[in-house]
Design a protein around this ligand. Structure first.
Ligand code: HEC
Ligand code: HEC
Ligand code: HEC
Length: 114
């Protein structure tokens, strides 16, 4: 009887773990970011998650997984203006472009739309 109880517990643990994985909140598929005077920036969020093999921290080490958080942190002064753009978006696109890999835009108008 003891082994049976243990088996049931293991099954339950595996089930719980798999549902936890399945309900990870990946956020919106497409996000419009505030690009200030230069104009808004359309950011394909899920496309990035796939291209970057689901490594969320590539970006979310700099800001948490919350809608509108970049603007909130810029207002608080925790993030500088253009910090995400320079340290994340452009840094990665430029490095990958140089390495001959798939990359996103590096020119202003490639991202900012008026
Ligand atoms: C290439 C950068 C990047 C990667 C990688 C990334 N995100 Fe995001 N994520 C963003 C940006 C930018 C925002 C918008 C923040 C804002 O609105 O100020 C965001 C917002 C979110 C939000 C807030 C809800 C929403 O829809 O705005 C959630 C949840 C989220 N991300 C989850 C994830 C998860 C889970 C992963 C990994 C599977 C991930 N993100 C990978 C850039 C990224
Ligand atoms: C890869 C996409 C991308 C490219 C290319 C890009 N930007 Fe940005 N830019 C962003 C994002 C995302 C933000 C908002 C987050 C931030 O401020 O870091 C932003 C914000 C800005 C802001 C507003 C800062 C503020 O808070 O007032 C200005 C101004 C700006 N960019 C100018 C430029 C100029 C000029 C160029 C070309 C030299 C450029 N950007 C190229 C993505 C980009
Ligand atoms: C760590 C690397 C990395 C970071 C950080 C990153 N990108 Fe990208 N981006 C990519 C790659 C790789 C592609 C090409 C994806 C593909 O072709 O599927 C791309 C493509 C794009 C495209 C073009 C999408 C299309 O369908 O043509 C845009 C726009 C873009 N990125 C904007 C941004 C913005 C805005 C940020 C910052 C909030 C950002 N990226 C941060 C790697 C990155």
């Amino acid at each position: 009887m003891k082994t049976r109880a243990i088996l049931i517990l293991i099954c339950f643990a595996v089930f719980a773990a798999s549902t936890t994985l399945a309900i990870v909140n990946k956020g919106a598929e497409e996000i419009t970011l505030d690009g200030g005077k230069k104009g808004k920036v359309e950011f394909p969020h899920h496309e990035h998650q796939e291209a970057l093999e689901q490594k969320c921290k590539t970006c979310h080490d700099l800001f948490p997984q919350e809608p509108g958080i970049i603007n909130d942190l810029k207002k608080k002064g925790t993030l500088k203006k253009k910090q995400v753009m320079n340290e994340k978006c452009l840094e990665c696109h430029k490095t990958r472009k140089k390495a001959g890999k798939d990359a996103g835009p590096v020119k202003c108008k490639g991202c900012h739309i008026k």
